[in-house]
Design a protein around this ligand. Structure first.
Ligand code: CA
Ligand code: CA
Ligand code: CA
Ligand code: CA
Length: 751
């Protein structure tokens, strides 16, 4: 029987915690056990809530309220028996967030409109499924509230409304489909959907501030914790939620509206760490620039009680024209953070689809939700006070810029999905783009574990953050001084209107963005963590822009005496480097980086001495060669003699080839160390004549677990290739190094 390769892959991954979305068979890993636990816990919570609702109804509270603007439902009660009501949050949106750039005929030359993507909506109740704008696109389960809702129909049309029934009402992801649920049991249903491979959840509702106690505004509560918990256990699942329209409420009924001048109005899951919280800005059909927009008069301002940057992002939520429930061709215009939220969910579907098309040949799945949040924060159009603020968050969503960043991955931007282990750090060298006025920007985001609930006091500043990662960008000058660039942070409840600072580390947010306005040369991006990491590690996403993978200088020549390096923290970058200088003992952190070649010359080439390049004992020297011109993953490293492992040959000078060496093996002195290995293994070898290098590592069954093939010849020298082994199973492996004329296999034990 011939087994189709794709099919056999599907069979294999189904043994793991993997799920596939309905139409694109993409692996999305989730923590199934944790999600199942959430689902069963929520089932008992649902029973408790039902009895709370029943007793409140007996006291005279209405279960359903329609005040002509919003649909509301009594959903539960706090521990003192005060009612919790969910309320809808009412407000062409595609243009404002530049989603149109991705459509067929748009400025990016693409054809991305949500094909084969699915969004899941939670809302008051059922959308009008037969409405011409959404007919055939939406499913709704019979177990849910069957009342047909205006809000639900309008939000659904804004996200996925087709592009032929009424072109002024075309949805943002007009070729996408959707599933819809009522908001009762939302946490349980989100856990189930995440478990089934869904990646986008739109929640355009929240707790009604009319029934909120003062201390509840901005507080990390049970709802925030539950939503964070679902996302932590389903790292591709992004919940998108409306910030709320509380500034539009009557302050005589909700005093909090004016107590802090519109700040501290966020509620429920709007305070969650991982949920993307969306605010509304006004409509402007013909903006004159990226900052030509203003906050809507009704949009709720942050902060959270612990001072995090919330809301996260802004989108148009005014004059939004979409389907309504009265008949199958009925349309209406609404305002609210609900509509802004729907447009962001639609645009995320476009960006996920685009990411899949860019990576169609590999098994790369969707962007992780942390990457989505990093991407949106990274590419937003700033407004109001410089940097993030509690009104606009990171700014207006810019789908076009986000798509360009995805396209430029490994060209002038980098998208990394990595992990940091407890006690470890992660670092990366980058070279700033040579284009003028191009800032170097690095955004770190992670999906944090659910936080602790804390006390019921107003504005408790205790951070909800569990794993506190920190990003910094370091610049070392030739005198050995290090300049540190920190991420943005805001002043919290004590300083709501203060401009964001970037002069110290951020202890509250799980999105950290560091920017250098006028960068030049080489930088090191470092990610560390404080304290002890929950679960011994934390996955994170890192997005970097404004970098160059090929270097300004074509050729960089270092000659003896003139260019001898005696001070620490020296970096030389070029396409090609030729060096016959000396790196003196005690000189530390010396880096040569080249995209094509590094030649360590055996003679003086212009200098006065008779000996060539030397790295003296006690110096610390690393040269990166990246044949693919990709500095993100420097896999070939040259170490100085001083750093050579014990037992390796100390050949005086790694020199260039000469005639009498041609008959020698192309490589020799192959060493694996440490062996047995734990977290990493180093493979060092000497290249005698320039050659392509192929390194393969297989387990005893013959399965390849690591492979590196160089695309260009390695110049003469001694190289070191470092392989992370911490994720590999313990056992015996075989490491093979191959060149054009030589092949050698060594046994490696991983403990
Ligand atoms: Ca439901
Ligand atoms: Ca508060
Ligand atoms: Ca701002
Ligand atoms: Ca931090």
């Amino acid at each position: 029987m011939k087994i189709n390769k794709k099919y056999s892959i599907l069979i294999v991954v189904s043994f793991y915690s993997s799920a596939f979305s309905q139409s694109i068979e993409k692996e999305v890993s989730v923590n199934r056990d944790a999600l199942q636990k959430i689902i069963s816990q929520q089932k008992s919570t649902a029973i408790e809530n039902k009895s709370k609702v029943k007793s409140l109804i007996a006291k005279g509270y209405k279960e359903f309220i329609d005040d002509g603007i919003n649909e509301k439902q009594l959903i539960g009660a706090d521990q003192n028996g005060n009612p919790f009501y969910y309320t809808t949050l009412n407000a062409n949106v595609s243009k404002r967030i530049k989603a149109t750039a991705l459509y067929n005929g748009g400025s990016l030359g693409l054809n991305i409109s949500g094909q084969e993507m699915r969004i899941v909506q939670w809302d008051f109740s059922k959308p009008r499924l037969n409405h011409q704008l959404i007919a055939g696109k939406v499913t709704y389960d019979a177990s849910q509230n069957q009342t047909i809702s205006r809000h639900s129909t309008h939000i659904m049309g804004t996200m996925v409304g087709n592009n032929y029934s009424n072109t002024t009402a075309t949805g943002v992801a007009y070729d996408a489909t959707a599933r819809a649920y009522d908001w009762v049991s939302d946490v349980q249903e989100m856990a189930e959907e995440a478990n089934n491979g869904s990646v986008i959840a739109n929640n355009s509702y929240g707790f009604d501030p009319m029934y909120y106690q003062t201390y509840q505004f901005g507080k990390y509560n049970e709802t925030a914790r539950n939503w964070d918990q679902v996302m932590y256990n389903a790292p591709y699942f992004q919940i998108v939620k409306a910030a709320g329209n509380a500034r539009g409420l009557d302050p005589t009924i909700v005093p909090q509206v004016t107590v802090k001048n519109g700040y501290d109005l966020l509620e429920g899951a709007g305070i969650a760490k991982n949920v993307l919280v969306v605010t509304s800005v006004n409509k402007n059909e013909n903006p004159t620039g990226d900052s030509d927009f203003n906050i809507s008069s009704f949009s709720s301002y942050g902060s959270t009680d612990d001072g995090r940057i919330k809301p996260d992002i802004a989108a148009q939520g005014e004059s939004v024209y979409s389907s309504i429930e009265t008949y199958n061709s009925a349309y209406g215009t609404y305002n609210g953070t609900s509509s802004a939220t729907a447009s962001v969910s639609g645009a995320i579907a476009l960006l996920q689809q685009y990411w899949l098309t860019l990576n169609s040949k590999s098994l790369i799945p969707y962007l992780k939700s942390a990457s989505v949040r990093a991407l949106l924060a990274h590419t937003a159009n700033d407004k109001g006070a410089l940097g993030p603020d509690y009104i606009y968050g990171w700014g207006l969503m810019d789908t076009e810029r986000a798509a360009r960043l995805l396209y430029n991955n490994a060209k002038s931007t980098l998208i990394k999905e990595e992990a940091i282990k407890n006690g470890r750090e992660y670092s990366l060298y980058v070279v700033a783009s040579e284009f003028e006025n191009q800032p170097l920007v690095a955004t770190l985001a992670w999906t944090d574990p659910e936080g602790n609930l804390g006390n019921n006091v107003a504005d408790d500043p205790t951070p909800a953050l569990i794993n506190d990662l920190d990003i910094t960008i370091l610049k070392k000058d030739n005198n050995g001084n290090t300049q540190t660039f920190y991420p943005w942070k805001l002043g919290g409840m004590q300083n709501l209107t203060a401009v964001a600072s970037r002069n110290s580390d951020n202890k509250v947010d799980n999105i950290e963005k560091a920017e250098i306005d006028n960068p030049e040369g080489l930088y090191q991006i470092v990610i560390k963590h404080k304290g002890s990491l929950f679960s011994e590690g934390q996955d994170f996403s890192l997005i970097i822009s404004g970098i160059s993978f090929c270097y300004t200088d074509d050729l960089y020549v270092l000659t003896r005496e003139k260019d001898n390096i005696e001070t620490s923290n020296f970096a030389g970058t070029a396409k090609r480097i030729k060096a016959s200088n000396v790196i003196k003992s005690n000189a530390q952190d010396i880096v040569f980086k080249a995209s094509e070649s590094i030649e360590l010359l055996p003679d003086a080439s212009g200098g006065s001495a008779t000996v060539g390049f030397t790295a003296e004992q006690g110096s610390e020297f690393i040269a990166y060669i990246d044949p693919n011109c990709n500095m993100s993953d420097p896999n070939m490293v040259y170490h100085s003699q001083a750093n050579r492992p014990a037992g390796s040959e100390t050949s005086g000078n790694p020199g260039s080839s000469s005639g009498n060496e041609i008959e020698k093996k192309q490589i020799e002195n192959i060493l694996l160390y440490p062996n047995p290995a734990k977290t990493e293994v180093n493979i060092s070898y000497k290249v005698n004549t320039p050659s392509l290098i192929n390194i393969t590592m297989t387990d005893i069954s013959g399965k390849t677990v690591y492979q590196h093939k160089s695309s260009q010849s390695f110049p003469i020298g001694t190289y070191l290739n470092r392989i992370q082994t911490d994720k590999m199973a313990s056992g015996i492996y075989l490491v093979t190094i191959e060149t054009g004329n030589y092949r050698e296999t060594k046994k490696l034990i991983i403990q």
